[in-house]
Design a protein. Structure first.
Lengths: 206, 206
């Protein structure tokens, strides 16, 4: 049922649906509707139904969506019914916060290796892992079959780090540095841009 | 020309357009098109034109968009032609990283006050500011007319902190804690959810 034709912008909404469904399931709710999801998420119910229709027939006319079923289907579609090992580059304040972040495990990700190029950081322990020298990145990524990496280095180093990641076979990069990085088309990049979220909200403020 | 009728999901794309236009302007480019923006952003050109049409007539048939003009209009629409003072709550690793983050100032935000409830943190200096006791939050927010706050506290404290923020008159909250917080309808909340960005990318991975 799943196709590769869904626009990227639709794919980007699936994690938002998955988050809402996961919370509802944890609260013991069994059935929802596109109308209820719409109210929770600020996305029109027509849009939600259209988005989901790219991937299959999940709702039943008149009864809505089975939450646990739709949640599991979205996990499958997003490939997070498994846990992805993740490499983290940058052991500064942000890297430390990310290594300790509790939000990855429930969503299918585990930071398994932390890298930095500063020799005074290499060898330190963080969240049960040793900080490794960035020169070890290619070998570790190959050995542990890591495809996903997080970049938490200063802007001035982000492009060079991205190059090392790509050469090592990383296929998905989450970039916290406030600059655009250039990678080959087959490598996914997403940006954490807190200022964009703030701008979204100031639209509504006087 | 601006209306309040634009769907929230459209508003959420304006910062993405603004980011792209800002980069293009910095690179010296003067004119762009919905087609070029589409290629850069992975959003269809029809969608981009439709999104922008909610706010006015920015493009000229056959000549595209004047980058600097459209950038300035989007800044005006998002209310970031000014700089918003921002309160940061939570002076842990993440809070430290945010206080030092270089990405806020160019986008219309300045962290002017940092708060924590841990007495060993209160009084420390970060990025030229003193860490204040959370009990001082209401007075400082009133005095400095702060409407925007960032929550970088553990999940267990996030809801309580959100309550203090709302009571103090904060109207927009950026929440880094991996839990949903409950606030009155007139208060905006956005979430930083790095796992959602990772899920977006693993959709494309085998």
């Amino acid at each position: 049922m799943a196709t590769n034709e869904a626009p990227d912008i639709v794919v980007g909404r699936l994690p938002i649906y998955l988050r809402a469904l996961t919370i509802m399931a944890e609260e013991g709710q069994e059935i929802t509707s596109s109308q209820e999801l719409s109210k929770k998420l600020g996305i029109s119910s027509a849009q939600i139904r259209k988005d989901l229709s790219h991937f299959g027939e999940f709702g039943k006319q008149g009864t809505g969506y089975e939450i646990a079923y739709l949640r599991d289907q979205l996990k499958r579609i997003l490939h997070v019914e498994r846990t992805w090992p993740v490499a983290l580059v940058g052991y500064g304040d942000l890297g430390t916060a990310l290594a300790n972040y509790a939000g990855f495990a429930p969503k299918g990700f585990e930071i398994v290796a932390v890298f930095d190029s500063a020799q005074d950081k290499v060898g330190q322990q963080i969240a049960g892992k040793e900080v490794l020298d960035l020169t070890e990145f290619p070998a570790v990524v190959r050995e542990r079959d890591i495809k996903v990496a997080i970049v938490a280095v200063p802007s001035s180093a982000a492009q060079e780090v991205a190059g090392i990641l790509v050469e090592s076979g990383i296929k998905a990069i989450l970039n916290y540095a406030p600059i655009n990085i250039s990678v080959p088309a087959e490598v996914q990049v997403q940006y954490i841009d807190p200022a964009a979220h703030l701008q979204h909200m100031t639209y509504y403020l006087e």
